[in-house]
Design a protein around this ligand. Structure first.
Ligand code: HEC
Length: 188
């Protein structure tokens, strides 16, 4: 047997046996988690807004506070995060791969893509699967805290936002705008 063939055979047999990446399955799983997280998050925000107004609900648009986030992390090692090119919370700042995906999405938008047509993405990232799903300003309620100050965002809410998030860049949005990404990861 020629030496090159032997070497190739050795290299192939020494490679770690890895299950092939099921991209469609990963996208489906990520979308299910993102949908559940959105529902849990916005149900809380909406209930608080209806009862006490948007300024009181500001503390409830945080993913960190969600029971679902904790339980999924405990059971499946799933990490749920959001990120954006126009950040409100510093803890949502993108890591390298999130920045890569944000740049891709912004390039698609600059090229004329409609926010509603932006695709999800799933890929292998080290020993994890990374999943990204665009988040849109998909209902008028979002504008109470992400719309135009003085128009949709009232002055009390602006005060609370300015106090809690000094570098806030997440106002001035309109209905249908791209707002950011769900970034969900789990062990491969
Ligand atoms: C009551 C006010 C309020 C409403 C209503 C609201 N948000 Fe937020 N949003 C916030 C606050 C506050 C944060 C920062 C949360 C944190 O500290 O983690 C935030 C953060 C986010 C982030 C994470 C990125 C970042 O900049 O930190 C996204 C994405 C987001 N909001 C989208 C939405 C969408 C979409 C809606 C409507 C479905 C919505 N928000 C409705 C207050 C609100």
């Amino acid at each position: 047997m020629p030496i090159a063939v032997v070497l190739t055979a050795l290299l192939v047999s020494c490679a770690a046996p890895e299950a092939p990446f099921d991209e469609a399955g990963a996208i489906e799983r990520g979308q299910g988690i993102a949908r559940a997280a959105f529902e849990q998050l916005f149900t809380r925000v909406r209930m608080k807004m209806e009862a006490e107004g948007p300024s009181a609900a500001v503390a409830h648009c945080a993913v960190v506070a969600l029971p679902l986030v904790d339980s999924l992390a405990a059971v499946h090692g799933v990490r749920i995060k959001r990120s954006s090119d126009r950040l409100r919370a510093p803890h949502d700042a993108p890591d390298d791969d999130e920045q890569r995906r944000l740049d891709e999405v912004l390039a698609l938008l600059a090229g004329g893509a409609r926010p509603a047509d932006l695709p999800p993405q799933a890929l292998v990232l080290g020993d994890s699967i990374a999943f990204y799903q665009p988040i849109l300003i998909n209902q008028p309620g979002c504008l109470k805290c992400h719309g135009t100050p003085g128009v949709e965002v009232d002055s009390t809410t602006m005060e609370v936002l300015a106090r809690t998030y000094p570098g806030d860049a997440a106002t001035g949005y309109a209905l249908g705008d791209f707002r950011g990404l769900w970034s969900i990861r789990w062990k491969r």
